[in-house]
Design a protein around this ligand. Sequence first.
Ligand code: ZN
Length: 159
Amino acid sequence: MMRRAHFLGGLAGAIAFVPLLARAASGTKYPVTHTDAEWKDILGSDRYVILREDGTEPAFSSPLIGEHRPGVYNCAGCSQELFTSEMKYDSGDGWPSFTSVLPGRTLTQADYDLPGEERTEVHCRRCGGHLGHIFNDGPPPKYLRYCIDGLALNFVPRA
Ligand SMILES: [Zn+2]
């Protein structure tokens, strides 16, 4: 089956009044799936709101902002490795920030949740969990800022 990062067509008429339009990628099939009730059990309520309902944690709330040890940041939904400590930097924006992501681990889609602003949402390719957004004001050479909710991640220090 084709997996499409940008799932935009076809269902617009059927879902026009569903409030969670931002999760247009719900037509995407992910290798790791659970029912909503199972996700709530697995994640707990705070992580569930971020990963499964496209929530955003309060700025400067994540202990991972100050995490500087060598290691890997895994998806809190499915444990897939997403970022390494070498990709992390201090953006000052209030969330854990990275300049890049491990290849092939995420998908993106346009997000129109904020009126008048189109943002790029990024989510886990394995479980579909919402991770955060990508902005174009990061450091050189790529100038990308992966603005990621700490609750969407688990940090594993390198031994
Ligand atoms: Zn995942």
